[in-house]
Design a protein around this ligand. Sequence first.
Ligand SMILES: [Zn+2]
Length: 317
Amino acid sequence: MTSNTELNWGIHVLDTGFHRDNMAACYVVEDEGENGVEVAIVETGTKDTVPVIEAFLHDRGIDFEQVKYVIVTHVHLDHAGGAGLLMQMLPNAKLVVHEKGARHMINPAKLQAGATAVYGEEVFSKTYGDLLSIDESKILVPADEEVLTLGSRSFSFIDTPGHARHHFCVYDNKSQGFFTGDTFGLAYQELTTDKGPFIFPTTTPVQFDPDALKYSIKRLLSFQPQRMFLTHYGMVEQPDVLAEVLLARIDVLVDIATRNANHSDRINVIKEEVLVYFIEQLAEHNCTLSKSDQVNLLAMDATLNAQGLDVWLSLRD
Ligand SMILES: [Zn+2]
């Protein structure tokens, strides 16, 4: 049984169970309005997350009819892979997705083909199963800064390209926080120390754009948020302090990629340098985990970051 944590403001964090504990979250937001309690689910995880959400709603005494929105920050499959299956369970819910991601939710064939090419047939079907399509009439594509209400609270949708062009972040006025998807980086709880969360960027393929990402992060700060709800993983506070670190680390990753652009084995060289850089930064962060635990926590992200930086280098040239 995966864990869930209650935050304030009617927000729960659920562990999607993606790959390991505490790697990918989804959030359930409840709010009392004139028509009773309304519910939004932010991020769906994969098909294997749907029973987790189902059990959580059941335990909370929430009827499926009360779920008004399923919101995915972008259509990468650790965020939106379970959307089709989840939507089948929720008769009144609208899927809220970036306009550039909506067509992949209506017809997931291309998304499925792309991911199958990356992971192979066997891993794909085990991890993600068949992606189910969602009827166009059930999809909302908010414009930049458009507001949707849930009970007495409001969600503002902010276009945040950089990690992916089909990415928005969601500002929740009640918590004064953003659901940031992958735009505001990753901060695994195992790496939090007396110096706070260890935040780092994700540059996964195929749309990483450092200038756009830095602009999007600064744009989030312009709303003066008090906290960020990361998909990977959980709530962090003092976003202005974390943003400075995050912006600097984007520059370091881009520098690692640029210096190795002409290397014959650049993906592997970039991956190794990114991992070494993270481990060095963790030492400065007073991380007391063993080196092998640190590598285990970060190896997959170093690989994905290297792949994304490689694609970025190719597109740049
Ligand atoms: Zn992503």
